[in-house]
Design a protein around this ligand. Sequence first.
Ligand code: ZN
Length: 368
Amino acid sequence: MIGDRDVTVFYDERVLLHRPEAQEPFLPGRMNSRVQHILQGLGMEAKWSYPEHPGRVTAINELLHAEPVPGVRFEGGRPATMEQLQRVHTTSYLESLQHLKGKQAWLDVDTTAVSAGSLEAAEVAAGSVVAAVDAVFDKRTGSAFVVSRPPGHHANAVRARGFCLVNNIAVGAAHAQAHWDAERILIVDWDAHHGNGTQDIFAADPSVLFFDTHRAAPFYPGTGQMDNVGEGLGEGTTVNVPLPGEAGDRAIVRAFEDILVPAADWFKPDLVMVSAGMDAHINEMCLTMTFDGFSKLTGIVQALADTYCDGRLVMALEGGYNPDTLARCTRTTLEVMAGGAPSPLNEPGVDEVAKIAEFHRSAFADME
Ligand SMILES: [Zn+2]
């Protein structure tokens, strides 16, 4: 029943300080003039707004307060320390980010920009995942969901990409290993985009099993082919499931049941983490999942955590750009983490047809 299990949502308003604007100038030496030229040619110069905006997480926070989930409590976050960030990012990359404090600029042509408070937001986003890991290991909570931004799974050891500055889930996983002696970490990435940054960071690390369902290349970021299975000692602990854009609940649940579950049975994780992007929902136009699908996926990862690691499950928000859908997906996920039964899968529209058939049935019955 919902409320049987305790879940902590980590939410810290400092993540709202990241407010990049589409009109910001590029850093010197970047492809500013070329991109501006292309945008002008498309007539898009002033129309495009930065989709990874603070309204994403405020929408989640508002829904969770308007419609509370029994068993869910809230806690603030904290900034990650340099030591925690250095476990997955190079010192030179972190120093280059520090130089951006207080500045506004584009870092990369592929969508990553910063505002004056972005670094603080990124440090709090990563530090909140660290706090969530601490909370499940010291048993203050059964599981945890970190509602934060900027997202992290496209950032690798040396580069910001795809709205991401710091790889939050990777920082949390490395902390679980360094601070809590967790030997094996399972990272599940169900965001519609491939978690290329997380894959890069742990490609050669056999102690992290990375499982990723995503829309196949050439969809952004274009990585995550089936035969990318890891490198060196980590060969075999990267599992990619690239999917067509039409794929929805049934395909993705099947990938979890037929690929993730046996892989986790073999790996026996000490902690289950999820890069919980909600942009696989049909309203986001990347894949075609429904709320029921997210409910079902949550049930599968929670069951793995229950079997292998005393229920320890930490989810961190990644993508999802339609605030209403994002909030509803997050709430659906939390219901299952809090002990609710996963929804049965329905083909979209089947329930509606059943109700409509009931409505029409009497009309034809009268004609008998
Ligand atoms: Zn995404």
